[in-house]
Design a protein. Structure first.
Lengths: 338, 619
């Protein structure tokens, strides 16, 4: 077989078999490269050891024929289509503004609101799925029962955003904000503050200073509760939860966390009523991941349009993989020479 | 090829594929600013209609936040439709950028990862350019939760049907970290419960000391520790089950018994070994080898200067003055005969073990001796108790040598003992997991008792009663300073300056305005106090230069915000943060007005003076 014949024969092999061939003849390091690089590496080996390559190609072809000879096992066209890496067109498909739909609360949002009637609730859902709706509706319900609502966030900036937002929804007279050094409408039925301030209020109340607001407290919303694990400030969330008056319901809103059941079990163990956990991984707006090469070329990051469900099932798009490998090689090279 | 994509090109690609608006996450504030500035050279400006839109929104916000009016970045934002958002900016400017983004006026925002955890402003696309984040001095990988937060910004509900997370490589980016972050499960939350001094005071104010343990038991920390303890206990049971097969046999506690017996046997064997090492002819000679003794070796004669036991090989040795005058070391075993002659001299404590004159005299004596000198007749050494007897004598102390269980005990001891040790260790761990928090609390309470905030019955003293109102970091330092009358006659600017330097916990170097002598003196006092308290509480950085900033802002009511910022190399956002933290600390001091009227009034004055201009824009 001449070199050209060999090259053609290799190029005709399915990529899977080519990989196996390259692995057995060149070595595992070649698997990171693309098809062309693999063929060149195999050809380089064939110059020193042609018999071995010939034998390997014969075995590979025999395998290929064996696979083709059993049509029943060949997956149907749909599955083959599915197995093919997604192309850029499909990847970008559906981009744009969705049809305006009347707002219908998600089942999990209603579940959280209903559960609040029975006890505390932890909501652990991906960012941007609509935790605010739960907070607003829960506040509305508590207001109807003439209960005070405290909404806490970890950052002043977030408190300010929520202050503006709640003033728009409930009217400026019914929303107040408390910061370390300032009180704005502090007798309002809805109070927005950082968690530290609420902790201090609870300590004052426990120390004997009577605060009417805490007596009528019906709902405490702790936004961004994943701050519980913050190395410096996490303790404040624990203190707040431990000293939260028993007549008030707790609503913990958090981004996706690893152990929400544990958190719920803890709340159930220390609070007078059971804690209900609402969690899901489903994003309301689906996410797709792309890879943008410094040259300006955009490709999908994964083989599939949607996100792989776990890291073990995450298979990079061949094009993204090739570009990234090439990028690493190039930058490594410039770094070495520069 | 450039190491990473140019910001202008990045935005044009995103525009081309209709992937805007986008948030581009960059490593540092500086890279955000540089990305924004690069639009000044070669950026494509947006349509006049959109420009007007941005200007209108900014005008609208200026009513509430006047500092937006002359913001230096306004020009770039309105021309190119891109902005930067990071902690170096004023909160009002950040709010403006967020509002512009929310209304869809911007194509892109360059942000640091702090944004991800901070505010709520989504986009159609997020661009990830890094897999690590700077924490303190280190660069650490982004956690799954953090990547999740970043990716969570992609896709606006109701405005996008799909959100995009675009990865673009930069040097030192690890694609694996991002793939794991995008697809993996977020990390579990772990409690970070710490017992602080204000917590102790506030708990003891509200609850009697015997309730404290049950209150601490309600913490998530204790919950997690209990879970750990339960896991250990279940293992404990398993170990116990295994230990059953090594149940008592002849004696009730065979493990201890065997351990003691084994130990004794080993020791006896060691003694034996040491004794056996000395041959009888050597041991019988030893008593005679006094300094001055004449000894004969196969090839020379000499006078013993000292005898000793070599450290390394434990051999009996002598230092000998040989005929000819050399001083050398020889083994006792090599001696052929010990003479009856013994010269009288005074040995020296160190080499050569006698003074030169003595040595010369001894040498002379040696030379003058006849060739044959009479040898010593030695009495044979009575052999001491032999080894076998010693082991047998253990039989008096232990029943083991004759016990029928002896072989089984010998066989099983190692395995059983390992299990027993593990069980003991386990029990100790469980104990410390269950009571660790309470002990930590007691430790803190004892310190507070020592310092006089608590009485012997763990009740608050009058000092403790006001000190509990200071609920910030370094509370102990502040209350101790108050008790030491360090704030007597302090002026509002100096008080603000000290609070700023206590509260600022960043050691990033930047230049700040000069400080007055009064503040310098107070900072020195505070530093001395912090050092004295270092055993109880970590001392703050106490950067005097940071204090200068707050001092200037409070002390000079005519100074404007731009003037203040010009006096320092710190970013506007940092200056704002320093002052707002100072406000927080001052308000804690102000809360003491009932007991410390004068100090409270000074704090209130300082707070009043801080709150002006930019500092008044936000609650």
């Amino acid at each position: 077989m001449t070199r050209n014949d060999l090259e053609r024969a290799l190029a005709e092999l399915p990529f899977r078999l080519l990989r196996r061939l390259a692995r057995s003849t060149v070595g595992p390091h070649i698997l990171r490269s693309g098809k062309r690089r693999m063929i060149h590496a195999i050809l380089a080996v064939s110059e020193t050891n042609p018999e071995r390559i010939d034998a390997a190609i014969r075995t590979a072809r025999a395998e290929q024929q064996a696979i083709e000879a059993v049509p029943a096992i060949v997956p149907d066209a749909d599955a083959a289509q599915k197995n093919k890496p997604v192309d850029l067109g499909t990847f970008l498909e559906g981009l744009g503004v969705p049809e305006p739909k009347p707002f219908v609360p998600d089942p999990w949002q209603l579940e959280a609101l209903d559960a609040l009637l029975q006890g505390d609730v932890i909501v652990s859902v991906p960012t941007g799925s609509g935790k605010t709706y739960v907070a607003v509706e829960a506040t509305r319900r508590a207001m109807m029962e003439d209960r005070t609502v405290v909404y806490t966030s970890p950052l002043k900036a977030l408190s300010n955003t929520k202050f503006t937002e709640f003033k728009k929804i409930f009217g400026p007279e019914s929303v107040g904000i408390l910061t370390g050094d300032r009180r704005d409408n502090p007798q309002a039925p809805i109070l927005i503050m950082t968690t530290e301030i609420l902790r201090n209020l609870l300590y004052d109340a426990a120390g004997g200073e009577i605060d009417l607001r805490l007596d009528t407290l019906g709902l405490v919303i702790l936004d961004e509760s994943q701050f519980l694990a913050d190395p410096e400030r996490g303790v404040v969330w624990e203190e707040t939860i431990i000293f939260c008056p028993s007549q008030a319901r707790l609503l913990l809103l958090s981004a996706s966390i690893g152990n929400p059941q544990e958190l719920a079990a803890w709340l159930t163990s220390i609070r007078p009523y059971p804690c209900h956990l609402v969690r899901h991984q489903h994003r309301s707006v689906p996410l797709r991941a792309g890879y943008l090469h410094p040259s300006g070329k955009l490709t999908p990051l994964f083989r599939t349009v949607s996100m792989p469900p776990s890291p073990s099932q995450a298979v990079l798009h061949p094009e993204a993989k090739r570009l990234f490998t090439q990028y690493e090689e190039d930058t490594l090279h410039t770094r070495r020479s520069g | 090829m450039p190491p990473s994509i140019h910001p202008v090109q990045l935005i044009s690609v995103l525009r081309l594929k209709s992937l805007t608006p986008a948030i581009i996450f960059l490593t540092s504030r500086r890279s955000c600013d540089e990305a924004l500035q690069s639009f000044g050279q070669g950026g494509v400006s947006i349509s006049p209609a959109r420009r007007e839109g941005i200007t209108a929104v900014l005008e609208e916000l200026t009513v509430e936040y006047p500092s937006i009016q002359d913001h230096p970045l306004r020009e770039i934002v309105t021309t190119y439709g891109v902005a930067a958002h990071h902690a170096g900016h004023l909160p009002s400017w950040k709010i403006a950028v967020e509002e512009l983004m929310r209304r869809g006026c911007l194509d892109a925002v360059f942000a640091t990862t702090t944004l991800a955890a901070g505010v709520d402003f989504p986009a159609r696309t997020v661009v990830l350019t890094q897999s690590g984040v700077r924490r303190d001095q280190d660069f650490t990988d982004l956690s799954v939760a953090e990547v999740g937060q970043i990716a969570g910004r992609a896709g606006r509900r109701g405005k996008d049907s799909v959100g995009f997370a675009i990865v673009t490589p930069s040097p030192y980016m690890d694609l694996g970290v991002l793939v794991r972050g995008l697809t993996g499960r977020p990390e579990p939350l772990d409690s970070q419960f710490v017992i602080s001094y204000p917590m102790v005071l506030n708990l003891l104010k509200a609850h009697p000391v015997d309730h404290i343990q049950s209150i601490l038991a309600k913490s998530f920390a204790q919950y997690q520790l209990n879970e750990q303890a339960e896991r250990l206990e279940s293992r404990h049971e398993k170990i116990h089950d295994k230990l059953v097969s090594y149940a008592p046999r002849e004696c009730s506690d065979w493990l201890t018994q065997w351990n003691a017996y084994d130990h004794a046997t080993r020791q006896a064997a060691q003694k034996l070994h040491a004794r056996r090492h000395v041959p009888p002819e050597v041991s019988e000679r030893l008593p005679y080898l006094t300094p001055g003794r004449l000894v004969t070796f196969p090839r020379f004669r000499g006078v013993v200067l000292r005898s000793y036991r070599s450290r390394g090989q434990h051999r009996d040795m002598v230092t000998v003055l040989r005929n000819g005058g050399t001083v050398a070391e020889s083994a006792v075993a090599d001696i052929t005969s010990v003479g009856s002659r013994c010269f009288d001299f005074t040995p020296a404590p160190a080499f050569p073990w006698a003074n030169q004159e003595t040595l010369a005299w001894l040498n002379q004596q040696l030379e003058s001796l006849p060739k044959q000198s009479p040898a010593m007749v030695m009495s044979p050494v009575i052999p001491e108790e032999s080894g076998d007897d010693l082991v047998k004598s253990l039989g008096d102390l232990f029943p083991c040598p004759t016990c029928r269980c002896r072989p089984t005990c010998a066989k099983e001891f190692n395995a059983a003992n390992k299990l027993k040790q593990e069980a003991l260790h386990n029990a100790r761990s469980v104990q410390s997991l269950r009571t660790g928090l309470w002990h930590k609390f007691q430790e803190r309470a004892d310190t507070l008792h020592e310092l006089g905030y608590l009485d012997a019955g763990y009740k608050l003293t009058s000092d403790g009663d006001w000190a509990r109102l200071i609920r910030i970091d370094y509370s102990l330092l502040i209350t101790e300073l108050i008790r030491a009358h360090a704030f007597n006659g302090v002026s509002p600017p100096v008080l603000a300056g000290l609070m700023a330097s206590i509260s600022y916990d960043n050691d990033r170097p930047s230049s700040f305005p000069r400080i007055t002598a009064a503040l310098a003196a107070l900072v020195t006092v505070a530093r001395r106090m912090a050092d004295a308290l270092a055993v109880h509480d970590d001392p703050p950085l106490l950067r005097a230069d940071v204090g200068g900033l707050a001092e200037q802002w409070v002390g000079d009511p005519t100074i404007t915000w731009p003037q203040l910022c010009r006096g320092t190399s710190a970013a506007e956002g940092d200056v704002y943060r320093i002052l707002s933290r100072t406000l927080e600390y001052l308000s804690q001091i102000h809360s003491l007005h009932a007991t410390h009227a004068e100090l409270g009034a000074v704090a209130a004055q300082a707070m009043d003076r801080i709150r002006r201009g930019v500092l008044e824009e936000l609650p």
